[in-house]
Design a protein around this ligand. Structure first.
Ligand code: GLN
Length: 544
């Protein structure tokens, strides 16, 4: 990474939010990053979140969206996925800083005498450690962007705000750029935008000693220039430093809205060069994505948490990117796995019809027994009817169970789903080192693992190489003792861990597309650089 570095002194961009959270601070921050990257800089990002949780892996996916896994095996929240997609870099354990982990480190140090009996305080100790984390995360970067979770004025986020204010003392104010993303509501009854909440948020920010260099106003619809001017006057900044970012169809078009504004000049001044960002690939992606094609592929997602897109964010983003590059529209069809079948429930005809209407089927990752029979049914249906199938982690396990059932083990199952007749039917079993840790957080096989693809397999052809590395998050694996039955049912191993102990990929030879992996390739798919498995999957769905 060092070789990419252009600037001697790393520059820092701090992004805070006002009025409301959840209005796209992360996307705004990542869009600025994408522009700077397109100017040739090595840009990295970090999220500071004021939760007292120590790691994000135990947060409920329904409440919190998908759990994103970094290459070095940390379970984090889905913002890091946005960062990777916008900037095409790999986040790490340093890219996420939670209050809980800062407190834990401070308290552990205090307990072991590390403070020599001194009073340990939020300032300077908490704020100091946050600054250390920011410096660590920004090693080797030209520009490091730090997003502060929550909104300005939140009680729990104050120490982070103080830390980023102090950071300017450390590296020099000219090496720091503060961006405030504020929500400006539209009042339908009086048909006007109201800037008061934004003014208050900016006043709060000023009260904490930060005058922003850029203010982004988030609105439901485009706001007139006067709104920007009014906010500029209240924030005490130039009107060109205020950019309106209204809701748009695709988050990947946000960089273009930023570029249309006066903000590019500010970013140029900040880094000290006026080189035009090369956005050609972004433009190409936008063109392809926004076009209406004749063909539409219907992709069925057989899952447990339907109706909350955030839960499978990386999967849906990977499918959408692959569709754009394949020049096809795509329709995601959510199929509740429980409706497709459970051991004590009849298959709903409606769910089955929905499955049959799809050009391709994805079974994404998941945990626990709920809905698993429906997922097995979906894999079996795909295998028997030659419908393109992509199995991701649990999606590979259910494919192996389906194949083993076809291959003669009628009661084939996974140890995870409470199957009792242990040895004779558990084609998926617990990894030796995971025994007894089934309900604890952060103990799984997590992060990057290499795999060797079988020569001549379709998987190897799709990847275009034999040695691959993908990210993992699981406890169970294929019991190779059952490979003869799995093969009899139509699946073949197409990739193994380098020591041959773990099945990493399976495929159905002779079928249009049936690929399944124990890994989560969706974590590595990028809008501008979609994952080959997703690309090929959508391609095959298109002609199905
Ligand atoms: N529950 C399965 C396991 O732990 C699959 C996990 C996943 O799909 N991420 O092995």
């Amino acid at each position: 990474m060092q070789k990419n570095k252009k600037l001697k002194q790393t520059k820092y961009i701090f992004v805070t939010g006002g009025v409301l959270s959840g209005v796209g601070k992360g996307i705004t921050a990542a869009s600025m990053g994408a522009i700077l990257k397109a100017k040739g800089y090595h840009v990295t990002m970090q999220k500071c979140d004021p939760y007292l949780n120590v790691d994000a892996g135990l947060l409920n996916p329904v409440e919190h969206g998908e759990c994103f896994v970094t290459a070095d095996g940390v379970e984090t929240d889905l913002d890091l996925g946005h960062y990777e997609r916008f900037l095409d870099f790999e986040t790490s354990k340093y890219s996420i800083t939670l209050s809980g982990s800062i407190f834990k480190e401070l308290i552990d140090k205090e307990r072991s005498g590390g403070f020599n009996g001194k009073t340990v305080q939020l300032v300077p100790h908490f704020t100091g450690l946050v600054q250390e984390k920011i410096e660590k995360a920004s090693e080797n970067s030209d520009i490091h962007i730090v997003e502060i979770g929550g909104t300005i004025g939140d009680y729990e986020g104050l120490s982070f705000v103080e830390a980023i204010r102090l950071f300017a003392n450390k590296v020099g104010r000219r090496n720091c750029l503060y961006i405030s993303v504020v929500y400006v509501p539209w009042i339908n009854t009086s048909k006007e935008f109201k800037t008061k909440p934004a003014q208050n948020a900016l006043k709060d920010l000023r009260g904490f000693g930060i005058i922003p260099d850029i203010v982004c106003t988030r609105t439901e619809r485009p706001a007139p220039k006067e709104i920007q001017e009014k906010i500029a006057a209240f924030a005490g900044i130039d009107k060109d430093a205020v950019v309106n970012l209204p809701d748009i169809k695709s988050v990947y078009d946000v960089p273009f809205n930023v570029l249309k504004s006066g903000v590019l000049n500010i970013l140029n001044d900040f880094v000290g060069d006026r080189k035009k960002p090369d956005m050609s690939r972004w433009e190409e992606f936008s063109r392809r994505r926004n076009k209406e094609y004749k063909a539409t592929v219907k992709i069925g997602l057989v899952a447990k948490y339907v109706g909350n897109n955030d839960t499978y964010m990386c999967v849906t983003e990977a499918v959408k990117a692959a569709s754009a590059w394949n020049q096809t529209n795509c329709e995601l069809i959510w199929i509740n796995a429980e409706d497709l079948g459970s051991s004590d429930q009849q298959v709903s005809g409606q769910a089955l019809d929905l499955l049959k209407s799809c050009n391709g089927i994805i079974v994404p990752g998941g945990f626990g027994a709920r809905g698993v029979e429906g997922k097995i049914l979906a894999a079996k249906y795909a295998l028997e009817n030659d419908v393109p199938y992509l199995g991701l982690c649990l999606g590979m396990q259910v494919a192996c169970i389906a194949a083993a059932r076809i291959g003669g083990i009628e009661k084939a199952n996974s140890e995870e789903f409470g199957a009792t007749e242990k040895d004779c039917n558990n084609v998926i079993y617990i990894m030796e080192d995971q025994k007894g840790k089934e309900s604890t957080g952060g103990t799984m096989r997590l992060g990057n693992y290499p795999a060797q693809l079988v020569k001549g397999s379709k998987t190897a052809r799709i990847y275009g190489k034999a040695d691959v590395v993908e990210r993992h998050r699981h406890r169970y694996e294929v019991n190779q003792k059952f490979l003869p039955e799995i093969e009899k049912g139509g699946l073949k191993v197409s990739g193994l861990s380098p020591d041959g102990m773990l099945v990493e990929f399976v495929e159905a030879p002779g079928k249009k597309f049936f690929q399944a992996t124990q890994a989560h390739p969706e974590f590595k798919s990028r809008p501008l650089n979609p994952h080959p498995l997703f690309l090929e999957f959508v391609k095959k769905c298109k002609i199905n």
